[in-house]
Write a protein that binds this ligand. Sequence first.
Ligand SMILES: [Mn+2]
Length: 342
Amino acid sequence: MFFNDSQLAEIRNLILHSNTITVVTHKSPDGDALGSSLGLKHAFMSLFSKQISVIVPDAFPESLDFLPSSDSILVFDVMKEKATEVLQATDLLFCLDFNHPGRVGDLEELLRETASRCHAVMIDHHQQPEPFVKYVGSQTSASSTCEMVYRFCRTLGMQETPDQFTATCLYTGIMTDTGSFRFSATTPETHIIAASLLKANIRHWEIHEHLFNQNSYSKIQMWGYAFMSKLVVLPQYKTAYISLSTEELERYNYQEGDLEGLVNYALSITGTKMGVLMSERKGKIRISFRSTGNFSVNEFSRANFEGGGHENAAGGVYFGKLDDAISKLHQVLPQYADKLNA
Ligand SMILES: [Mn+2]
């Protein structure tokens, strides 16, 4: 367990005596971010009859609309006033699926303020946590934050098989963050937890359907275009990358989440050790890194693209033009040639 017994006792006490509990998760929230946040919300409802507010920095993909109570989420970008009001009234804050205040975008200042003013708990599985809260629940080996939230709630008295709403949320995050149970962080324990969640009679095939079988025609066309015209393979560095400009995204009617998973195809090319996806958003370049084996994209992104994450999956950013971001990638790769070819 990522909290010791005395921390757990303190946190339980805080939950019991708090009037306003709020969950915040990271920017561009994914299945694990939303699943853990809404999962905690539903679990606390059953366990303590407590209402939790969930705040996300910006919009989430429509494919996650099916999550129970997703309509109650406050999106900071478009509901600044209400979200600020809630955070200012918060006396217990949960930070889920991120470990650095820089991961919440425009919400950062307000988050730092709230975290320093009230009691705050982090539950997260990314590398190198920054201890900006008192209770740092970090386990970098965990498959997902949802798996951690499951174990956390179990210590608070949750049944092995929780209610259907909680189970749906937690299953979604475990499934998406493990790449449908195939990434190396998937353990026997992960499967045991998933099995316990399935016993709540959740409709797991529908979850899969929502997440992976709802592609728009324009998205599939964009992926085809990316593969045909925008995929660059650099065999000398065992690296493949895809870059997409705002103009290209708009040409294919880009919707939030449309690029989810695309980077894995760059990595899937035989002989490739690192896959990179760069996309131009509002004047900055958002970057996804994936790797296999012992090449750490966490370190690579931290050193060159102001990001980080996991050893084999990380995010980054470049402030400038897309062409310059590509040049920077070409420029730094030679320093990593040995590691990439090891
Ligand atoms: Mn996660």
